[in-house]
Design a protein around this ligand. Structure first.
Ligand SMILES: *Cc1c(COP(=O)(O)O)cnc(C)c1O
Length: 528
């Protein structure tokens, strides 16, 4: 039986054996579904009395105050940890892990996030003892191999982008944006500049304007043209409207979040540079152009990579990401510490800035995500430059394959044009069916697919952003296309109710996402 939190509870004494309210589709007597178990919190399964580990108690009067210390911390009440046997603890975590849909479970076309396969070779490399068993506090002379690996990765990333230098340490794309924009801010401050406006196209990822605002810049939005890309003339207009002397930078994503290549990027870079500003490129979509286009050639001053997107390192549960930033020559002096410095045969990690560089400080403890550097370099070396170019080509081909197979049923908001690594549809062709983008996404879950990105970018109404990546087979993409076509036909056949019910095959149905975001329950409290 399920309580109001959807958790299994014991039937009250004298209750009938079967729950008369069970409907075939939605529930089971045990609370489990098939072989997928409902999983309460550890605190709800274990009881304090049934203990797996014995901690010294605190009630021992004779032992005195000393006995209240545990690992140097003072206790004035019992710690109250749930006691569990080893199999109970193991099952708890295995069941939780089974609830986590992953790229290793199936198709995961989450646009903009580039959920590509994480090659097992990468994992093998990251587990080599020389990389796995080292510690950031070891003397540098004992980790020269790790530093050499960081240098080689840096070399590749700088070469692939045609930039001058790199800051490896940022730990996510958004963190990389912060790093690049802090370097730009430091460069402006070094020139005693009061420039305070950052131009951001309206299709941008939310982290772009958030980063600019966090650093005290004012954000000026630039509209997209009807083809979904930014016109250099719109940038020029914004520069003139605000005054060239106020422009600190532009933050532009290329390919943009509509999956389209910004063709006027060079003219846009020139306009911003002429005004005296810097060009930050959000490189989250570098997977579409790696090995083919060098952002440095297009006038970019700073750009982050998401190693967990383009270079196939795992996304994890919100981490461990890695977001190195490449910088142009004029921003190089402002790169944060630490950075690598080579002097003949000697390679050192510079931890403190001196007079020769104007580092704005440090973004992370130590040097960043070493394990991700190993995996990214493994991906790069196992592909080679030609392989990387083939991968970006396949990513674009796969997205266009889906586009051409669905475009008779779904509308492309910016017209029938080729896309890059992801294809954007809106929900206009579903109008009148009673089925929304959200409903379609929930139905996909019942069909065993992680839904595409929905309602982003905001410039498309009811957006569906589909990114298959290069690592999917034709068969898996065909099954997705087949499913999408079948679902859309059902929507047009008046089966809207089935959509509103979805998902029905999941442990939990539709959740109150707004409630969860607005009033998160972050602490377990024992029920009275
Ligand atoms: C993913 C993404 C980001 C943020 O990157 P994180 O690694 O998630 O912090 C920024 N911009 C775009 C366009 C993205 O797709």
């Amino acid at each position: 039986m399920l309580n109001n939190k959807g958790r299994v509870t014991q039937p009250p004494e004298g209750a009938p054996q079967a729950d008369a309210t069970l409907s075939i589709q939605s529930q089971s007597h045990s609370g489990h579904k098939g072989l997928l178990m409902d999983e309460p919190l550890l605190f709800e399964i274990g009881s304090v009395e049934k203990t797996g580990v014995d901690f010294p108690g605190i009630s021992d009067e004779e032992a005195g105050e000393e006995s209240k210390l545990l690992a140097g911390l003072y206790r004035d009440e019992e710690i109250g940890l749930p006691g569990l046997s080893e199999p109970e603890a193991v099952r708890h975590y295995v069941r939780l892990s089974q609830k986590n849909y992953a790229i290793d479970s199936g198709f995961y076309p989450l646009g903009s996030c580039t959920m590509k396969h994480n090659p097992r070779l990468n994992e093998k490399m990251a587990r080599l003892p020389g990389f796995l068993d080292i510690h950031p506090l070891q003397p540098q002379s004992t980790v020269s191999g790790a530093l050499a690996l960081m240098e080689e990765l840096s070399h590749w990333l700088v070469e692939l982008t045609g930039m001058d230098s790199i800051a490896l340490s940022p730990k996510a794309g958004a963190h990389g944006e912060l790093c690049g924009m802090m370097a730009i801010k430091a460069a402006l401050e070094a020139a005693n500049s009061e420039r305070n406006i950052v131009l951001v196209p309206e299709s941008a990822h939310g982290t772009n304007p958030a980063t600019a605002a966090l650093l005290g810049f004012k954000v000026a939005s630039i509209p997209a043209d009807k083809d979904g890309t930014v016109r250099a003339s719109a940038v020029q207009d914004a520069i003139e409207k605000n005054g060239a002397e106020t422009i600190a930078a532009i933050m532009l994503t290329n390919p943009n979040t509509c999956g389209l290549f910004e063709r006027e990027i060079k003219e846009i870079a020139d306009a911003v540079h002429e005004a005296g500003g810097y060009f930050y490129c959000d490189g989250a979509n570098f997977n579409a152009i790696m090995g083919r286009v060098r952002p440095g050639d297009l006038g970019v001053d700073a750009m982050h990579f998401n190693l967990h997107k383009t270079f196939s390192t795992p996304h994890g549960g919100g981490g461990p990401g890695s977001g190195p930033v490449v910088l142009s020559k004029r921003l190089t002096p402002f790169a944060p510490v630490p950075f690598l410095k080579r002097d003949g045969d000697a390679l050192t990690l510079v931890e403190d800035a001196d007079e020769t560089n104007k580092a704005f400080g440090r973004l992370t403890a130590f040097h960043g995500q070493m394990g991700m550097y190993v995996r990214a370099l493994s991906y790069i070396l196992s592909h080679g430059l030609d392989g990387l170019a083939a991968a970006s080509g396949d990513a674009v081909l796969n997205a266009n394959y889906i586009r051409t197979k669905l475009k008779d049923l779904l509308n492309q908001p910016f017209g029938d044009q080729a896309c890059m690594h992801e294809v954007l549809f809106d929900e206009s062709s579903l109008s009148g069916t009673g089925v929304t983008t959200l409903d379609l996404a929930k139905r996909l879950i019942d069909e065993g697919f992680h839904p595409m990105t929905i309602y982003f970018p905001l410039v498309a109404k009811g957006a569906m952003l589909i990114e298959p990546t290069e690592s999917e087979s034709t068969e898996s993409i065909d099954l997705f296309i087949h499913t999408m076509r079948a679902l859309i036909s059902e929507a047009h056949a008046g089966e809207e109710e089935r959509f509103h019910q979805a998902p029905i095959h999941t442990p939990l149905r539709r959740l109150d996402e707004t409630g969860a975001a607005r009033k998160p329950v972050l602490k377990w409290v024992e029920e009275a």
